[in-house]
Design a protein around this ligand. Sequence first.
Ligand SMILES: [Zn+2]
Length: 219
Amino acid sequence: MIPQEKVYSTDVSPYTQSSVSARVEALFLNNLGKVVTRQQIIRVATNPLTGKEPENWHQRLSELRTDKGYTILSKRDWALLTPEEYVMPHAERRAAAGRRVMPSTACWQAVLVRANNRCEWSEDGQRCNLAPGDKDHVGGGTVKLTADHMVPHSTNPATDPDDMSKWQALCGRHQVMKKNYWDSSSGKINVMGILQAVNERQKLEALDFLTNYFGHKPK
Ligand SMILES: [Zn+2]
């Protein structure tokens, strides 16, 4: 997914689409696999008629990822990028990105009954069992249970709002943990998600661990 080498876009063409989002999207699609800089994004985000520079281009960028399902690499994903550089490696979009399905009220009530009104997260056979109003001594704060769709949203979520077997009650800490670090399709820890999320020092520690583990150092 990460390009072989860093190639900078030299795009200076005009972008006349009517919305900031459409202009930024077109910029990335015209420069697949190339490094697009913050300056280039701001240039096309700027209203071509009024010359007004939008303050919220960063928000539009994140919507291309979350709502439209595009892959846009940043320094977090590729160490060679600076914090002001981005790459869309290909034009494929994750199916059903951004579509958020919720259980019906009756279904959620049935889930809470099954859950005995406690967090249903289970790890090594140990249930979390935190209840609403409890103090979470690990994550801090007061527990609130919310609905978690157990299978990835791309697999036909439309039929699930009334099916209690597709939902579980989770505390806030476990919602975050599952979202970021748990691959619900395989039931395994999302190691790559964790490595992407941690800071550079932690990435280097992981690299050090792996090179020791495999008995050689990379060039
Ligand atoms: Zn929990």
